[in-house]
Design a protein around this ligand. Structure first.
Ligand code: NAG
Length: 228
């Protein structure tokens, strides 16, 4: 009864802000994204198709086309304040990296070791979304097994101190199976048969590997909270 009262009280008077896994300065407020394509000339057609397919998968995952993509003509990038650079990765999977102009290097890979999921995650990172387990409130939801993580990798698990807060209820849920959440096991851990994460709550499912992942309905909600 008391809880219900508190809820009603808060419904009218409190403003909840939820932690997010979004870095506000990386959001593309215009919803228009200029990009350049970095690859060998002979790979251009293939790579362009990979970019197209990845964006199409993103649109399918979030339920619509919310962003407008335009390839820059050669030399046009010099006059642009901010743009993305899609880079073809043939061997590794790569990680999205912010660049000085405020855009991103977005590696998309054709390697067997990676998958569409990796490419989608890199694309999401270039839109301002970082890993779910970096949310400020993650310790309420997961246990991180640091004893199974090499020292050099520990920084990958540091909480995000510059992520925005949001009153959008899309962020009220900690999505264990988000396409942006590390899976439970990592080939880079000390013992790949032992988990790097355990959920704190009972009856919570987590993906075991990146290959088990796909866009969740919650991913679509957080995407639309920012770009819808
Ligand atoms: C690795 O983890 C598995 C699962 O917890 C365990 O059975 C195995 O003994 C561990 N291996 C080593 C070398 O610690």
């Amino acid at each position: 009864m008391q809880e219900k009262f508190l809820y009603l009280f808060c419904f009218f008077f409190c403003s909840f802000a939820f932690p997010t896994n979004v870095i506000e300065r990386f959001i593309w407020n215009t919803k228009h994204i200029d990009f350049e394509v970095i690859c060998e000339e002979e790979d251009r057609v293939m790579f362009f198709k990979l970019i197209y397919d990845t964006v199409t998968e993103l649109n399918k995952g979030v339920g619509g086309q919310f962003l407008e993509w335009k390839e820059l003509s050669p030399g046009e990038e010099y006059s642009k304040k901010r743009y993305m650079s899609f880079v073809l990765e043939k061997n590794g999977c790569g990680e999205t990296d912010a660049v000085s102009k405020g855009g991103f290097y977005v590696p998309l890979s054709t390697s067997e070791k990676c998958s569409m999921v990796t490419n989608l995650r890199n694309l999401m990172a270039s839109l301002g979304f970082i890993y779910t387990h970096l949310r400020q409130d993650r310790d309420q939801f997961i246990i991180i097994h640091y004893d199974n993580i090499y020292n050099v990798d520990k920084q990958i698990y540091q909480k995000c101190y510059d992520c925005m807060e949001s009153t959008n209820s899309a962020f009220s849920v900690y999505d264990y199976t988000s396409i942006l959440h590390f899976p439970q096991y990592s080939i880079y851990s000390k013992n790949a048969s032992a988990p790097i994460f355990t959920p704190k709550q009972n009856n919570v499912e987590m993906d075991e590997t990146w290959n088990d992942k796909h866009f969740t309905s919650q991913d679509a909600l957080i995407f639309k909270a920012i770009y819808g």
